[in-house]
Design a protein around this ligand. Structure first.
Ligand SMILES: C[S@@+](CC[C@H](N)C(=O)[O-])C[C@H]1O[C@@H](n2cnc3c(N)ncnc32)[C@H](O)[C@@H]1O
Length: 258
């Protein structure tokens, strides 16, 4: 119920990669203080249980081919709900400024003279490989990493994938599973065929899935992808640090010799 004076404000909160314990204390505090919460598809709904009893929580998520609201409708809802309820927490998966359209929402809200605050979150781009023991940089192995979208707004693969493949950087590709075959075909043009890669789905959650292979074998992994789950692709020598990599290589060599 709305009582007293309304002080409209929108706080954009990064909910982290999935495991609720990977949300920041500041984000948690904002959720506890929210008068209403608007949350996305990749937010772990368990986080909502920390809100005050009775806090309205509206799902505004966008999953492939299934958008609860358009981006313009979400922008308008933020303003409308802030004016009606007061403190709106806009909860997004990972970090709201990494492929999250967070800056567009903030600009829209500010253009209506409503106060805003941004609480960063741990991006899946960093947390998902790390929680699997895959370092994005490593001395003498990887001096940098690129975080790239696998699907641009026009549905194609980003030209940055070709550019990044020509460097020695670790590639971290978000939203790339539906274009996986095109992405790997491009990377294979520039990288050594034994370069390892990983596909990690539902990272940091109990039902996490990981597939590891080398790029010349990428076609064998296409059937192992579950397109209903979010996933990231990590490509680079650092993937060999994963505990299962050596086992898989040994199995392959043994399989080839018998
Ligand atoms: C729209 S982007 C949002 C990224 C988010 N802002 C972040 O910083 O993590 C959604 C993509 O993030 C990746 N992603 C998010 N959470 C993930 C998870 N728990 N496991 C694997 N990939 C994830 C997937 O590539 C998914 O398609």
């Amino acid at each position: 119920m709305v009582t007293g004076n309304i002080f409209p404000k929108v706080t954009l909160v990064g909910a982290g990669p999935g495991d609720i314990e990977l949300m920041t204390l500041k984000g948690l505090k904002a959720i506890k203080n929210a008068d209403i919460i608007l949350y996305d598809a990749l937010v772990n709904p368990e986080i909502l249980s920390f809100a005050k009893k009775g806090t309205p929580c509206i799902y505004v998520g966008k999953l492939f081919n299934n958008h609860a609201f358009s981006q313009q409708e979400i922008n308008e809802l933020l303003v409308e709900k802030a004016l009606f309820y007061g403190h709106v927490v806009r909860l997004k998966g990972g970090d709201p400024f990494v492929f999250g359209r967070g800056s567009e929402e903030i600009s829209y809200v500010e253009s209506h003279n409503i106060a805003t605050e941004i609480i960063p979150g741990i991006s899946s781009a960093l947390a998902v490989p790390a929680s699997q023991g895959i370092p994005l940089t490593k001395r003498n192995s990887s001096e940098s990493f690129w975080v790239i979208t696998g699907t641009t707004s026009s549905g194609e693969i980003s030209r940055d994938i070709a550019l990044a493949s020509q460097s020695t950087a670790t590639l971290v590709i978000l939203m790339g599973l539906r274009n996986f075959a095109f992405i790997m075909a491009e990377v294979k043009k520039h990288r050594h065929k034994f370069t390892p890669f990983a596909i990690i789905q539902n990272g940091t959650l109990p039902n996490e899935k990981i597939v590891i292979d080398t790029i010349h074998n990428y076609k064998n992994t296409i059937d192992k992808i579950d397109y209903t789950l979010p996933g990231i692709i990590v490509i680079g020598d650092v993937v060999a640090d994963h505990t299962s990599f050596l086992d898989e290589e040994i199995q392959r060599v043994l399989g080839a010799s018998f």
